[in-house]
Design a protein around this ligand. Sequence first.
Ligand SMILES: *Cc1c(COP(=O)(O)O)cnc(C)c1O
Length: 353
Amino acid sequence: MSKFFSSKYRDLTPYTPGEQPKDFKYIKLNTNESPFPPSKKAIEKAKEQLDILNLYSDPTCSSLVKKTSELLNVNEDEIIFGNGSDELLYLSFLAYCDNQNGAVFPDISYGFYKVFAKLCSIPYAEISLKDDFTIDINDYFNLNKTIFIANPNAPTGICLSTSQIEKIVKNNLNSIVIIDEAYIDFGGESAIFLTKKYDNLLVIQTFSKSRSMAGARLGFAVGNKELIKDLNTIKYSINPYNVNRMSMACGVGALCDEEYTRQNCKTIIDNREFTTKELLKLGFSVLDSKANFVFATHNKVCGKTIYEKLKQKGILVRYFNKKRIDNYNRITIGTLEQMKALLNALKDILEEN
Ligand SMILES: *Cc1c(COP(=O)(O)O)cnc(C)c1O
């Protein structure tokens, strides 16, 4: 740290992204990326933008907003796009949390919530998941704080129903509830339809997982138009051109090929069910996942050993050195071939130990 670094940030611990090895020698099951390339339509549309990169991108993202509004049946002024859903989460922390309205989120959830809270000097509370890693919705009623919930949750994969989400929203009419639906396309039901009924609900989604565009950095939020106005006020105060031309066009292409996304999601769900069954046979406990990953622990070999031995065998999974979950690994669901390689490696590891 330099002596010039603001005292505000000296104690900041930044988010730790999953390993991104530069060589392609690993089977990468550690950052919940899609194993499939983006849609061909998405790639074509992105390429068309290369010749006009001298021009700024559209700050209103109108092509994307229009397409999204048609697909989701929400008004155009109820949508905002961002540079990944991470940026929309950041804008939400800036817009809806202050010293009075601190933030609250589960103790085991997406690591970025805590990082944003600290970055923005926002007081925050973490609510413990139950012993079985589910959320007790009663813990989230009348909190008078801005609530952040990933649904399905990460890294557990466990999903709340929309009726449970609605109860949380209904019991916090004077606070904002932000539902981070990064993994909703893998078997959960989106709460977007509830944004028509509640002006305190914001739903955030991403193109990173189900639409195979993690590298493009594209996400969006849906909510009451006044909420979207607030987020735009912050966005235009930081980076009006937050979505670049290629990603914008790529996103429109992906939305013109919803069938491709649906097919890929179905394949991932099938592979997840296959992997879960096989892991159970090997003596793992696996949480009930509605995401493109599973969270698993073994009854004999500890989580850290499994992570390290898999890495030696060329397979990367995500290990969190954190209380309550330090015996688990989060395993991204890839192609069937990748999952079979994982299961074979695990068999070997269990025999060695
Ligand atoms: C992956 C993920 C995100 C980040 O998505 P980007 O759109 O790539 O920024 C947000 N929330 C959760 C829970 C995630 O797992």
